[in-house]
Design a protein around this ligand. Structure first.
Ligand code: FES
Length: 168
């Protein structure tokens, strides 16, 4: 039975859920990436416009098919990275995003992790055909691993759901 107890979202989360900043797509983005899977509904895409000379984020937008926490996390994250260097943007953790939102309910931590995972993928995508800076880890960070694990899980669940619907 599903719980009907409302989630304890803070004021900031609700405000950004109702009026998200930076919602949309950047055409001709310098880097873009997504995390999550449409199969289950939790998916986020991040688009970046980068000033090549300074490697600064001059614009950032997002699209989200996630929940209120995911929309709020992506919205505040895109605000936080504008004007920052890619290295500074890379260092932002999901915990900082959660703090900036006034805290997320623990059951919603993954929504913030997914937003940071998508951003880090976008930064990696930016450097895909360029020399990698020293600060860019070769190994996946926790946030990127989390996004990957979630995608694998969603893929398995959606395959199972498809199988059971075709066998009915
Ligand atoms: S994005 Fe999955 S519950 Fe929020």
């Amino acid at each position: 039975m599903s719980s009907r107890i409302p989630l304890a979202y803070g004021k900031k989360v609700l405000e950004l859920f109702r009026n998200p900043k930076n919602l949309g797509k950047i055409e001709n983005a310098d880097a873009e990436a997504f995390a999550g899977s449409l199969a289950c509904g939790d998916m986020i895409a991040i688009y970046l416009k980068i000033d090549e000379a300074g490697e600064k984020v001059i614009d950032a937008k997002f699209e989200s098919y996630g929940c209120a926490a995911n929309i709020a996390a992506a919205s505040i994250l895109t605000e936080m990275i504008k004007g920052k260097s890619l290295q500074e943007a890379w260092k932002i953790s999901w915990k900082e995003v959660s703090d900036e939102l006034g805290g997320l309910p623990s059951i919603k931590y993954h929504c913030g992790v997914l937003a940071v995972g998508a951003l880090r993928r976008a930064i990696r995508a930016y450097y895909a055909a360029k020399p990698k800076p020293d600060w860019l880890p070769r190994e996946f960070t926790q946030e990127e691993k989390h996004a990957l694990e979630e995608e694998i899980l969603m893929e398995i669940l959606s395959r199972k759901a498809q199988k059971s619907s075709t066998s009915e």
